[in-house]
Design a protein around this ligand. Sequence first.
Ligand SMILES: CC(=O)OC[C@H](N)C(=O)O
Length: 334
Amino acid sequence: MATDVRLKEELPAITDQLVETYTECSRLNHLAHEPLPNRDAVADIVADLFEVLYPGYGKRQNLHIGNIGYYVGSLVDSLHDKLTTQIARALRHELCHERDSAVSAPVPEPWESPSEDKPHTDCEKIAQPKAVELLRRLADVRKTLELDVEAAFRGDPAARSHHEIIFCYPGLEAITIYRVAHELYGLGVPFIPRMMTEFAHAKTGIDIHPGATIGPGFFIDHGTGVVIGETCHIGRGVKLYQGVTLGALSFTKDDDGGLLHGNYKRHPTLEDGVIVYANATILGGQTVVGTRAVVGSNVWLTESVPPDTTVVLEKPKLRLKGAKPNTEPLTYEI
Ligand SMILES: CC(=O)OC[C@H](N)C(=O)O
């Protein structure tokens, strides 16, 4: 079907309206600035990291101990370059942002580069050692991931093999991305850790903030809807089911009444061996779930639980109605 060219006459006016908003709502665009980290490039880095962390499960087949060094060596080399570029972009952006939001800084016009005439910082020089340090830590990350895979295998009767967990489990995918992102977060890299974990969130439905601290042998079964906040502390051998929220109970305000931003402790601590069943919500920075405690499904918990205890909701009364016509509703107690 042919399009009506007359309707296209409106397009220049539509474009003009949009361009006007680039001045009015200038916080929603990023014009004439240094380039930002790139979403696709970060996704590409994540894909390469999976090849390095789980070789033979991904893109490249026919790997063996004789050729793995060549394959991983080439990936490590290109990861070095890609990471350095993206980290440098993130650092530069943060630097510009800090300078631009300094009280004394003149407000730039939307079309101006706020970084113009400002001393140039060699962000690549700062980024490269961070990239190398991340790569250096990958061997240890793999050792932790092996414990995570083992925990998933031991913790899920539906798992038939370690291969199945690496191929299929969204929990492992989210934990893997979190473990790398957490290292970058610890290295003081802005934006990219969060881009990585939000990429995992979009793919798996599991939202783990890169600032959370999580011990080895961590297993998230099914996973959809799990939320783990920035200042959570999770011990060794913890297991979570779908829909679990480890969140903040209240927010601290600053002197102007705005929310205080940053990583002050506002999310709970789960000690070693804790199990949290589906859709439980545990909130608050002072809330500690003690070693080996079990939190049942749908529990809403805002206070601490001693070790080796089980917290469950009281059993609800079920009413089964209309089993037979013209009879009283049947009350069935469980
Ligand atoms: C997980 C959670 O509590 O989120 C709330 C808020 N984003 C925060 O980090 O405090």
